[in-house]
Design a protein around this ligand. Sequence first.
Ligand code: NAD
Length: 248
Amino acid sequence: MQLKDRIAIVTGAGQGLGAAISRAYAREGAKVAVIDLGLEAAERTAAEIRAAGGEAMAVACDVADRAQVEAMAARVNEAWGRIDILVNNAGITRTAMLHKMTPEQWQQVLAVHLTGAFNCLQAVVGGMIERQFGRILYVTSTAGVLGTIGQINYSAAKAGILGMTKSTAKELARYNITANAIAPGAATPMTETIRTDDRFKEKYLDRIPMGRWAEPDEVAPVFVFFASDAASYVTGQILAADGGMTIY
Ligand SMILES: NC(=O)c1ccc[n+]([C@@H]2O[C@H](COP(=O)([O-])OP(=O)(O)OC[C@H]3O[C@@H](n4cnc5c(N)ncnc54)[C@H](O)[C@@H]3O)[C@@H](O)[C@H]2O)c1
Protein backbone atom coordinates (compact mmCIF):
# COMPACT_ATOMS: atom_id res chain seq x y z
CA MET A 1 0.00 0.00 0.00
CA GLN A 2 1.51 3.28 -1.14
CA LEU A 3 -0.34 5.62 1.24
CA LYS A 4 -0.71 3.47 4.34
CA ASP A 5 -1.94 5.50 7.34
CA ARG A 6 -1.63 8.82 5.54
CA ILE A 7 -4.35 11.40 6.19
CA ALA A 8 -5.67 13.03 3.03
CA ILE A 9 -8.10 15.83 2.22
CA VAL A 10 -9.60 15.76 -1.28
CA THR A 11 -11.78 18.73 -2.24
CA GLY A 12 -14.59 18.55 -4.78
CA ALA A 13 -14.75 14.81 -4.13
CA GLY A 14 -18.49 14.21 -4.30
CA GLN A 15 -18.23 13.15 -7.94
CA GLY A 16 -15.94 13.04 -10.97
CA LEU A 17 -12.20 13.12 -10.60
CA GLY A 18 -12.23 13.97 -6.87
CA ALA A 19 -14.29 10.89 -6.11
CA ALA A 20 -11.91 8.73 -8.18
CA ILE A 21 -8.87 10.20 -6.38
CA SER A 22 -10.52 9.58 -2.99
CA ARG A 23 -11.26 5.94 -3.87
CA ALA A 24 -7.71 5.41 -5.12
CA TYR A 25 -6.20 6.97 -1.98
CA ALA A 26 -8.38 4.82 0.28
CA ARG A 27 -7.41 1.68 -1.66
CA GLU A 28 -3.77 2.60 -1.01
CA GLY A 29 -4.42 2.77 2.74
CA ALA A 30 -5.05 6.49 3.33
CA LYS A 31 -7.81 7.87 5.53
CA VAL A 32 -9.67 10.25 3.27
CA ALA A 33 -11.66 13.37 4.15
CA VAL A 34 -14.09 13.72 1.26
CA ILE A 35 -14.95 17.41 0.84
CA ASP A 36 -17.76 18.85 -1.27
CA LEU A 37 -20.29 21.66 -1.20
CA GLY A 38 -23.11 19.40 -0.08
CA LEU A 39 -22.89 16.73 2.60
CA GLU A 40 -25.00 14.32 0.53
CA ALA A 41 -22.54 14.22 -2.38
CA ALA A 42 -19.52 13.94 -0.07
CA GLU A 43 -21.22 11.21 1.92
CA ARG A 44 -21.90 9.22 -1.26
CA THR A 45 -18.18 8.94 -2.01
CA ALA A 46 -17.30 8.32 1.66
CA ALA A 47 -19.91 5.54 1.90
CA GLU A 48 -18.52 3.94 -1.26
CA ILE A 49 -15.05 3.93 0.29
CA ARG A 50 -16.26 2.46 3.57
CA ALA A 51 -18.23 -0.22 1.72
CA ALA A 52 -14.97 -1.24 0.01
CA GLY A 53 -13.24 -1.54 3.40
CA GLY A 54 -11.55 1.87 3.45
CA GLU A 55 -11.71 4.73 5.91
CA ALA A 56 -13.40 8.02 4.98
CA MET A 57 -15.29 10.95 6.45
CA ALA A 58 -17.53 13.33 4.57
CA VAL A 59 -17.37 17.06 5.26
CA ALA A 60 -19.50 19.76 3.62
CA CYS A 61 -17.38 22.80 2.83
CA ASP A 62 -17.27 25.59 0.26
CA VAL A 63 -13.54 25.97 -0.37
CA ALA A 64 -14.02 29.61 -1.39
CA ASP A 65 -15.22 30.37 2.15
CA ARG A 66 -12.28 30.83 4.48
CA ALA A 67 -14.20 30.17 7.71
CA GLN A 68 -15.68 26.95 6.33
CA VAL A 69 -12.25 25.75 5.22
CA GLU A 70 -10.75 26.44 8.63
CA ALA A 71 -13.61 24.57 10.32
CA MET A 72 -13.20 21.65 7.89
CA ALA A 73 -9.45 21.35 8.54
CA ALA A 74 -10.05 21.58 12.29
CA ARG A 75 -12.54 18.72 12.05
CA VAL A 76 -10.12 16.48 10.18
CA ASN A 77 -7.32 17.32 12.64
CA GLU A 78 -9.61 16.59 15.56
CA ALA A 79 -10.71 13.24 14.14
CA TRP A 80 -7.40 11.98 12.78
CA GLY A 81 -4.73 14.11 14.45
CA ARG A 82 -3.01 15.58 11.40
CA ILE A 83 -3.22 16.19 7.64
CA ASP A 84 -0.50 14.75 5.38
CA ILE A 85 -1.95 15.23 1.90
CA LEU A 86 -4.07 17.99 0.37
CA VAL A 87 -5.60 17.60 -3.08
CA ASN A 88 -6.97 20.94 -4.32
CA ASN A 89 -9.39 19.45 -6.83
CA ALA A 90 -12.65 21.42 -6.40
CA GLY A 91 -13.53 23.31 -9.55
CA ILE A 92 -16.29 24.90 -11.57
CA THR A 93 -16.75 26.36 -15.04
CA ARG A 94 -18.84 29.39 -15.96
CA THR A 95 -18.53 29.39 -19.71
CA ALA A 96 -19.18 32.50 -21.83
CA MET A 97 -17.43 34.32 -24.65
CA LEU A 98 -15.25 36.99 -23.12
CA HIS A 99 -17.25 39.96 -24.36
CA LYS A 100 -20.35 38.51 -22.72
CA MET A 101 -18.81 37.14 -19.53
CA THR A 102 -20.23 38.81 -16.43
CA PRO A 103 -17.99 40.01 -13.59
CA GLU A 104 -19.77 37.42 -11.43
CA GLN A 105 -18.79 34.58 -13.78
CA TRP A 106 -15.20 35.81 -13.72
CA GLN A 107 -15.14 36.11 -9.92
CA GLN A 108 -16.88 32.79 -9.20
CA VAL A 109 -14.34 30.75 -11.14
CA LEU A 110 -11.33 32.53 -9.64
CA ALA A 111 -12.87 32.24 -6.16
CA VAL A 112 -13.19 28.45 -6.31
CA HIS A 113 -9.99 27.53 -8.14
CA LEU A 114 -7.52 30.11 -6.82
CA THR A 115 -8.89 31.44 -3.52
CA GLY A 116 -10.24 27.98 -2.69
CA ALA A 117 -6.86 26.33 -3.24
CA PHE A 118 -5.13 29.11 -1.27
CA ASN A 119 -7.59 28.78 1.64
CA CYS A 120 -7.02 25.02 1.84
CA LEU A 121 -3.25 25.40 1.52
CA GLN A 122 -3.10 27.85 4.42
CA ALA A 123 -5.41 25.70 6.54
CA VAL A 124 -3.09 22.67 6.36
CA VAL A 125 0.41 24.04 5.87
CA GLY A 126 1.15 24.97 9.51
CA GLY A 127 0.81 21.38 10.69
CA MET A 128 2.81 20.09 7.73
CA ILE A 129 5.69 22.45 8.51
CA GLU A 130 5.63 21.40 12.16
CA ARG A 131 5.83 17.72 11.21
CA GLN A 132 8.25 18.32 8.30
CA PHE A 133 6.10 16.35 5.92
CA GLY A 134 3.41 17.16 3.41
CA ARG A 135 2.10 16.55 -0.08
CA ILE A 136 0.17 19.31 -1.85
CA LEU A 137 -1.49 18.43 -5.13
CA TYR A 138 -3.07 20.95 -7.45
CA VAL A 139 -5.29 20.32 -10.45
CA THR A 140 -4.63 22.42 -13.51
CA SER A 141 -5.81 21.88 -17.09
CA THR A 142 -4.83 22.07 -20.72
CA ALA A 143 -6.92 25.28 -20.58
CA GLY A 144 -4.25 26.85 -18.37
CA VAL A 145 -1.53 26.03 -20.89
CA LEU A 146 -3.31 26.44 -24.23
CA GLY A 147 -6.26 28.72 -23.37
CA THR A 148 -9.84 27.74 -24.16
CA ILE A 149 -12.46 29.64 -26.16
CA GLY A 150 -15.33 30.73 -23.91
CA GLN A 151 -13.32 30.11 -20.77
CA ILE A 152 -11.07 33.11 -20.16
CA ASN A 153 -11.93 32.83 -16.45
CA TYR A 154 -11.15 29.11 -16.24
CA SER A 155 -8.00 29.42 -18.37
CA ALA A 156 -6.73 32.27 -16.15
CA ALA A 157 -7.49 30.26 -13.01
CA LYS A 158 -5.77 27.13 -14.29
CA ALA A 159 -2.71 29.12 -15.44
CA GLY A 160 -2.71 30.70 -11.97
CA ILE A 161 -2.61 27.23 -10.45
CA LEU A 162 0.65 26.60 -12.32
CA GLY A 163 2.21 29.63 -10.60
CA MET A 164 0.81 28.54 -7.24
CA THR A 165 2.27 25.07 -7.71
CA LYS A 166 5.76 26.41 -8.38
CA SER A 167 5.68 28.97 -5.56
CA THR A 168 4.35 26.38 -3.10
CA ALA A 169 7.06 23.93 -4.17
CA LYS A 170 9.89 26.46 -3.81
CA GLU A 171 8.73 27.85 -0.45
CA LEU A 172 8.00 24.52 1.18
CA ALA A 173 10.78 22.30 -0.18
CA ARG A 174 12.95 22.99 2.89
CA TYR A 175 10.22 21.46 5.09
CA ASN A 176 10.03 18.22 3.11
CA ILE A 177 6.70 19.30 1.64
CA THR A 178 6.23 18.76 -2.08
CA ALA A 179 3.76 20.46 -4.41
CA ASN A 180 2.88 19.19 -7.86
CA ALA A 181 0.08 19.68 -10.38
CA ILE A 182 -1.79 17.34 -12.65
CA ALA A 183 -3.48 18.41 -15.88
CA PRO A 184 -6.12 15.75 -16.45
CA GLY A 185 -8.41 15.03 -19.34
CA ALA A 186 -11.23 12.95 -17.94
CA ALA A 187 -14.81 12.09 -18.72
CA THR A 188 -16.76 13.75 -15.90
CA PRO A 189 -19.94 15.84 -15.58
CA MET A 190 -17.80 18.99 -16.03
CA THR A 191 -16.90 17.98 -19.58
CA GLU A 192 -20.27 16.59 -20.59
CA THR A 193 -21.10 19.33 -23.12
CA ILE A 194 -17.92 19.01 -25.14
CA ARG A 195 -18.14 15.22 -25.03
CA THR A 196 -21.74 15.01 -26.17
CA ASP A 197 -22.52 18.16 -28.17
CA ASP A 198 -22.04 17.56 -31.90
CA ARG A 199 -20.66 21.10 -32.31
CA PHE A 200 -17.60 20.26 -30.17
CA LYS A 201 -17.29 16.47 -29.93
CA GLU A 202 -15.33 15.58 -33.05
CA LYS A 203 -13.22 18.73 -33.02
CA TYR A 204 -12.14 18.08 -29.45
CA LEU A 205 -11.39 14.39 -29.94
CA ASP A 206 -9.31 15.24 -33.02
CA ARG A 207 -6.98 17.19 -30.71
CA ILE A 208 -6.38 14.19 -28.45
CA PRO A 209 -3.75 11.91 -30.02
CA MET A 210 -5.12 8.93 -28.10
CA GLY A 211 -8.51 9.68 -29.65
CA ARG A 212 -10.55 9.18 -26.50
CA TRP A 213 -11.33 10.62 -23.10
CA ALA A 214 -9.81 9.16 -19.97
CA GLU A 215 -11.88 7.51 -17.31
CA PRO A 216 -11.37 9.34 -13.97
CA ASP A 217 -10.12 6.06 -12.47
CA GLU A 218 -7.23 5.91 -14.96
CA VAL A 219 -6.11 9.44 -14.07
CA ALA A 220 -6.31 8.87 -10.28
CA PRO A 221 -3.08 6.75 -10.11
CA VAL A 222 -1.08 9.86 -11.07
CA PHE A 223 -2.43 11.51 -7.92
CA VAL A 224 -1.40 8.44 -5.90
CA PHE A 225 2.13 8.72 -7.28
CA PHE A 226 2.63 12.37 -6.31
CA ALA A 227 1.31 11.68 -2.80
CA SER A 228 3.42 8.56 -2.30
CA ASP A 229 6.97 7.98 -1.06
CA ALA A 230 7.91 7.15 -4.66
CA ALA A 231 7.65 10.89 -5.40
CA SER A 232 9.67 12.05 -2.36
CA TYR A 233 12.17 13.96 -4.56
CA VAL A 234 9.65 15.31 -7.08
CA THR A 235 8.34 18.82 -6.60
CA GLY A 236 7.09 21.77 -8.65
CA GLN A 237 6.18 19.53 -11.57
CA ILE A 238 3.20 19.56 -13.89
CA LEU A 239 2.12 16.21 -15.27
CA ALA A 240 -0.45 16.05 -18.05
CA ALA A 241 -2.64 12.94 -18.08
CA ASP A 242 -4.47 14.07 -21.18
CA GLY A 243 -4.00 11.45 -23.88
CA GLY A 244 -1.25 13.57 -25.45
CA MET A 245 -3.39 16.66 -26.01
CA THR A 246 -0.63 19.04 -24.90
CA ILE A 247 2.22 17.43 -26.84
CA TYR A 248 3.90 20.25 -28.72
N1 NAD B 1 -12.76 16.61 -16.49
C1 NAD B 1 -11.71 17.10 -17.13
O1 NAD B 1 -11.42 16.75 -18.27
C2 NAD B 1 -10.81 18.08 -16.49
C3 NAD B 1 -9.76 18.58 -17.26
C4 NAD B 1 -8.87 19.45 -16.68
C5 NAD B 1 -9.04 19.81 -15.37
N2 NAD B 1 -10.09 19.35 -14.64
C6 NAD B 1 -10.17 19.78 -13.26
O2 NAD B 1 -10.33 18.65 -12.42
C7 NAD B 1 -11.04 19.02 -11.25
C8 NAD B 1 -12.22 18.10 -11.05
O3 NAD B 1 -13.06 18.25 -12.15
P1 NAD B 1 -14.22 17.22 -12.55
O4 NAD B 1 -14.15 17.11 -14.02
O5 NAD B 1 -14.17 16.03 -11.68
O6 NAD B 1 -15.49 18.16 -12.18
P2 NAD B 1 -16.93 17.82 -11.61
O7 NAD B 1 -17.78 19.00 -11.96
O8 NAD B 1 -17.38 16.46 -12.04
O9 NAD B 1 -16.70 17.80 -10.02
C9 NAD B 1 -16.27 18.93 -9.31
C10 NAD B 1 -16.72 18.81 -7.87
O10 NAD B 1 -16.29 19.98 -7.18
C11 NAD B 1 -17.34 20.41 -6.32
N3 NAD B 1 -17.20 21.83 -6.03
C12 NAD B 1 -17.47 22.88 -6.85
N4 NAD B 1 -17.27 24.04 -6.22
C13 NAD B 1 -16.87 23.74 -4.95
C14 NAD B 1 -16.54 24.52 -3.83
N5 NAD B 1 -16.58 25.85 -3.87
N6 NAD B 1 -16.16 23.88 -2.69
C15 NAD B 1 -16.13 22.53 -2.63
N7 NAD B 1 -16.45 21.73 -3.68
C16 NAD B 1 -16.82 22.33 -4.82
C17 NAD B 1 -18.61 20.10 -7.09
O11 NAD B 1 -19.74 20.07 -6.23
C18 NAD B 1 -18.26 18.76 -7.72
O12 NAD B 1 -18.64 17.68 -6.89
C19 NAD B 1 -11.40 20.50 -11.41
O13 NAD B 1 -10.43 21.31 -10.79
C20 NAD B 1 -11.33 20.68 -12.91
O14 NAD B 1 -11.13 22.02 -13.27
C21 NAD B 1 -10.97 18.48 -15.17
